[in-house]
Design a protein around this ligand. Structure first.
Ligand SMILES: *Cc1c(COP(=O)(O)O)cnc(C)c1O
Length: 397
């Protein structure tokens, strides 16, 4: 039997997504990695274990997921976490010390802002939120020492992009580590390590698992010492991913490249539909020619991904009416799965970000975010069209 953790890096992404990190079970021949739903592993003698002792510190099902994520990204096996926020928090715990400063994209996942401003602030860690889409702003911010530069691209929810190659160079020139939250695109559409990232952060809750069934997270890196430190923090703080969640995530990943292609083609078609609609003021989607960073998008990303945001004429009232009129699309907080979801960032995902900071980051009260799923795109467009008709009926333009 082949070693389940052997390197599959000779294979291409679609093949890795299905096979990397797993092999038929040596005991039974089971095709799929079993769910090792066990806290504890018997030892062969005093000080003699078979690589696993206690599931907080390691579990074979979780290890298979970690190996697969590492292969997809072309780096060391990942460290899997209970949630995306457990991954982000564990990264901060692993690399930041009291007195440190972290430079963060001004538009990021709301939880990342919250953990820095309302948890790490009391440990004397300072976070500065900077428009990392503007290299000059990042260069200026890095004139003061920083331990870590943390960016998200495309940014949630405005889709603003950061040039990863440029940001990596600036971070490294300033002696900072460079981390990228790659949740929106995944290794299938964007390759941060090839552009200079030191760490990649995932909420596997989103596209990686892809079916709205689990919460999970992961950190990836290529430096052994950093990987060791991250694993130590995970074992110590107990931010561990569970075996059943890992099993579901391993299954979800098999179709990751395929899903992201369809998420992207559906999203592009919907973005074009919205852009042509008289009630829509602006559409933010990286692969639209009208997107201000279209050239960077097509250079840095393989496709546009499944996320888009738009603003309706008629502001908040129109936005709320729209959100309450969709039928096939679901009003919900999550993103990145097969079902199409609509979100109102100002009250939902980014409700805890201070209003002034939110508006400065371009998250206006009328902004609607769409996580485009894998339903038939004509059905989706028809649903959006009927919801827009409801808006037209209720709001004077
Ligand atoms: C959802 C999300 C997170 C946090 O992940 P959880 O699994 O919800 O803890 C972090 N970053 C981005 C970009 C996300 O979308």
């Amino acid at each position: 039997m082949s070693d389940p953790l052997q390197s599959d890096s000779a294979y291409r992404l679609e093949t890795q997504a299905i096979h990397a990190g797993t092999a038929p079970d040596p005991l039974t021949g089971a095709m799929l990695t079993p769910v090792h739903q066990s806290t504890t592993f018997a030892q062969d003698g005093v000080g003699k274990d078979r690589g696993y002792t206690y599931t907080r510190c390691g579990n074979p099902t979780v290890a298979a997921l970690e190996a697969r994520l590492g292969e997809l990204e072309g780096v060391l096996p990942a460290c899997a976490f209970a949630t995306g926020m457990a991954a982000t928090t564990s990264l901060f715990l692993a690399v930041l010390r009291a007195g440190d400063r972290v430079v963060v994209s001004d538009v990021v996942y709301g939880g990342t802002v919250r953990v820095l401003q309302q948890v790490f602030d009391s440990f004397d860690v300072r976070a500065d939120f900077v428009d990392t889409s503007n290299p000059e702003a990042l260069r200026t911010a890095l004139q003061e020492p920083a331990r870590l530069v943390f960016v998200e691209t495309p940014a949630n929810p405005t889709m603003k992009l950061t040039d990863l190659r440029v940001a990596a160079e600036l971070a490294h020139a300033a002696g900072a580590l460079f981390a990228v939250d790659n949740t929106f695109l995944t290794a299938a559409l964007q390759r941060p390590f090839e552009l200079g990232a030191d760490v990649v952060v995932y909420s596997t809750t989103k596209y990686i698992e892809g079916h709205n069934s689990t919460v999970g997270g992961a950190l990836l890196c290529r430096d052994e010492e950093l990987a060791e430190r991250i694993r130590f923090v995970k074992n110590t703080a107990g931010t561990t991913q569970a075996p059943w969640e890992s099993w579901l995530t391993l299954r979800g990943i098999k179709t990751l490249p395929l899903r992201l292609e369809r998420h992207s083609s559906n999203a592009l078609e919907i973005a074009r539909f919205l852009e042509g609609h008289e009630l829509v003021e602006t559409v933010h989607y990286p692969f639209l020619e009208s997107f201000p960073q279209f050239e960077l998008a097509t250079a840095q990303q393989r496709l546009g991904g499944g996320m888009l945001a738009f603003e309706l004429r008629g502001g908040v009232d129109a936005g709320v009416r729209f959100l309450e009129s969709v039928r096939l699309c679901t009003l919900a907080e999550n993103l990145g799965a097969v079902e199409t979801l609509v979100t109102h960032p100002a009250t939902m995902t980014h409700g805890s970000v201070p209003p002034a900071q939110r508006r400065a980051a371009g998250i206006h009260d009328g902004l609607v975010r769409l996580s485009v799923g894998l339903e038939n795109v004509a059905d989706l467009t028809a649903d959006l069209e009927q919801a827009l008709k409801e808006v037209a009926g209720g709001v004077p333009l």
